[in-house]
Design a protein around this ligand. Structure first.
Ligand code: SAH
Ligand code: SF4
Ligand code: F3S
Length: 374
């Protein structure tokens, strides 16, 4: 029995696919290289932008042919896209050959759904679930071990679907994280350990005995072993001086911070509910550069947020010029049903968004050429 997993979206999803692989291996499945050879195909989906969802739809649609050739093939669709109940129901209707559709919170029950698959098609979307600690992972990267430190997000940036499909922030107990990392060190296979969370800097605030992210970092560095530690993603509103100090001090921590700015204009930042200003963002960059001179800094930007004017977009350009990031990701705003921004008037046309994103990427290329950065 063989499995094939198709993963979309962020590193959290990549890591979640390692969980799925672990569950399937416990059921006796082995990984295969081609979907044509598989007895079970799992689509672990992403909902962050419309484009991500369209890719999933196209690729799931193509499986009809395989299901015709192999009636026993099991097709599972899970992840952020299917955590949206309406989308999940539509998928079931549109593609009658899908066997199991489950949301992000149902993942721990995947094995029992597969065992029941002979009884008929299944759809289940839990609204919120517990953090599981017992699942096995089949780590997919040979150098890097991903470690989830929290799930969900409380920030509700007005453009973003993540809080709706991943629920509220829940931190894992520090003890469990340290134990997982000790195991990874003991295995001796991984040079790098990367901590994952949508907003790692707010780690531990929700725990019964609160622990700061800075303390978690120091405690991990105190473990014996030869490894490099990194983490993603940091939200500028929560990145404290304490965390910057720990990164500066600890040799084990990689000198790299991904710090999404999203926009360089204060009106747009407020509309996005990011809760920092352009000035505050630049202050943090200054502090990082002073305390960690060789730190690589990267960022994400969204262009064409509802009502963004040409002048406000220019503020994003000037921020990028000022900071001279090591690299950036630039996205055209994508309207996500159910978010606050999707109801805002003055949506920007696709044509204008394309123009802005191209302008921004051109500037980025020019900066990289001038500074010799990657
Ligand atoms: N938790 C992380 C990022 C998660 S999503 C953070 O807050 O930084 C990764 C990136 O996708 C975001 O930084 C943002 O730039 C982009 N993004 C999120 N929602 C989007 C949307 N509706 N349209 C376009 N880009 C979006
Ligand atoms: Fe989305 Fe904002 Fe949370 Fe990041 S911090 S996941 S952009 S709501
Ligand atoms: Fe990640 Fe996409 Fe979900 S970016 S959290 S997989 S919506």
């Amino acid at each position: 029995m063989k499995y094939f997993i198709v993963t979309y979206g962020c590193q959290m999803n990549v890591h979640e696919s390692e969980k799925i692989a672990g569950i399937l291996e416990q059921l006796g499945y082995k990984e295969c290289k081609k979907r044509e050879e598989a007895d079970i195909i799992v689509f672990n989906t992403c909902a962050i932008r419309e484009g991500a969802e369209e890719r999933v739809l196209g690729n799931v649609g193509n499986l009809k042919r395989l299901k015709k050739q192999n009636k026993d093939l099991i097709i599972v669709v899970c992840g952020c896209m299917t955590q949206k109940e309406e989308t999940a129901k539509n998928l079931m209707k549109k593609f009658p050959f899908i066997d199991i559709v489950i949301g992000t919170f149902n993942l721990p029950k995947l094995a029992s759904y597969i065992e029941k698959v002979k009884e008929g098609r299944q759809l289940e979307i839990l609204q919120e679930g517990e953090l599981d600690e017992i699942l096995p992972y089949k780590r997919s990267d040979k150098d890097n071990a991903w470690v989830n430190i929290m799930q969900g997000c409380n920030n509700f940036c007005t453009y973003c679907i993540v809080p709706y499909v991943r629920g509220r922030e829940k931190s894992r107990k520090e003890e469990n994280i340290l134990n997982e990392i000790k195991e990874i060190i003991k295995e001796g296979k991984y040079k790098k350990i990367t901590l994952l969370g949508q907003n790692v800097n707010s780690y531990g605030k929700d725990l019964e005995k609160p622990v700061s992210f800075a303390k978690l970092l120091s405690d991990i560095c105190a473990l014996d072993g030869d490894f490099k530690l990194s983490f993603m993603t940091s939200h500028p509103k929560d990145l404290t001086s304490e965390v910057i100090d720990v990164i500066a001090k600890e040799d084990k921590i990689e000198k790299y911070i991904h710090l999404p700015a999203q926009s360089g204009n204060n009106r747009i930042l407020a509309l996005m509910n990011r809760r920092y200003t352009r000035e505050r963002y630049l202050e943090i960059i200054d502090e990082i550069r002073k305390k960690i001179p060789n730190c690589r800094i990267t960022s994400d930007f969204i262009v064409g947020f509802p009502s963004e004017t040409e002048q406000e977009f220019e503020d994003t350009m000037s921020l990028i010029e000022k900071v001279q990031f090591d690299s950036i990701f630039a996205f055209m705003y994508s309207k996500r049903e159910g978010t606050v921004a999707s109801k805002m008037e003055e949506q920007i046309s696709d044509k204008e968004k394309h123009l802005r994103v191209n302008k921004l990427l051109k500037l980025e290329k020019q900066i990289q050429k001038e500074t010799g950065k990657r």
